[in-house]
Design a protein around this ligand. Structure first.
Ligand code: NDP
Length: 246
């Protein structure tokens, strides 16, 4: 299936988009290492579903905003095959508020998880991938990082920052055969968007060219393409998975 004997770290794989990415990469033969901040049971469910594809899969408790946790996560992943070929920075949170009411904590929590967490993982991965002269990295950004969104100054800044990191990493690591791309999902049905009232979701669906919200699998398919050999000449790109919203 194309990813046999490769190890993929997918952060935040317990549910939503992260789980769909773990399952998709496992179905393509990759060993999976995922992490969770709070949801141990959900992450364990994900890895047991991955194992049904005959791959090795483990879930590690690691808060991506903690440098020590991220180092421990990568060390655990290396124990599986000795190498890490794929990184998907998926873990993310929202703490929405209008700027006038946004607290320092709301700003910091989102930046620390979505941006600093990705930075720690990118640094840990690049060290290992450069040694191997091979790597495939996908950062899960957002359409909000491209277009902005009222009430999401913190989230938009983190997701736009991820795009900047993606393009810089592509330039820095391309000569070592490491690609780095971003996926920018639109509205995808997960716990993150379930909090929205039904009438708001209907309004959103009307604003999307394809007239519906996306699924976690839609995003997973894009991430899987970007880590596959079919995408070996694609780097520094932002692939929108948004039903035509943008
Ligand atoms: P969910 O809220 O459903 O899941 C988020 C996942 O991230 C959970 O598994 C959670 O684990 C994990 N996570 C959160 N904080 C941390 C942390 N500090 N350390 C480790 N893991 C953490 O989100 P989605 O599946 O909807 O979103 C996944 C990614 O896609 C996010 O980056 C999000 O910003 C992005 N995205 C989502 C869109 C959508 O419409 N849903 C649109 C555009 C982008 P735990 O349960 O243990 O906390």
């Amino acid at each position: 299936m194309g990813l046999e004997n490769k190890t993929a770290i997918v952060t935040g794989g317990g549910r939503g988009i992260g789980r769909a990415i773990c399952l998709k990469l496992a179905s393509m033969g990759a060993n999976i290492v995922t992490c969770y901040a709070h949801g141990e049971k959900a992450a364990e469910e994900t890895v047991s579903l991955c194992r049904e594809y005959g791959v090795t899969a483990v879930a590690v408790k690691a808060d991506v905003a903690s440098k020590e946790d991220v180092e421990a996560l990568f060390a655990e992943a290396e124990k599986i095959t000795g190498t890490i070929e794929i990184l998907v920075n998926n873990a993310g949170i929202t703490r929405d508020n209008i700027i006038l009411r946004m607290s320092d904590e709301e700003f910091d929590q989102v930046i620390d998880t979505n941006l600093r967490g990705a930075f720690y993982c990118l640094r840990a991965a690049s060290k290992r991938m450069m040694r191997k002269r091979y790597g495939r990295i996908v950062n899960i950004s957002s359409i909000v990082g491209v277009n902005g969104n009222a009430g999401q100054v913190n989230y938009a800044a983190s997701k736009a920052g991820l795009i900047g990191m993606t393009k810089s990493m592509a330039k820095e690591l391309g000569s070592r055969n490491i690609t780095c791309n971003a996926v920018a999902p639109g509205f995808i049905t997960t716990d993150m968007t379930d909090a929205l009232p039904d009438n708001v979701k209907e309004q959103i669906a009307k604003s999307i060219s394809l007239n519906k919200l996306g699924t976690p699998e839609d995003v997973a398919n894009a991430a899987a393409f970007l880590v596959s050999d079919d995408a070996q000449y694609i780097t520094g790109q932002v692939l929108g998975v948004d039903g035509g919203m943008s």
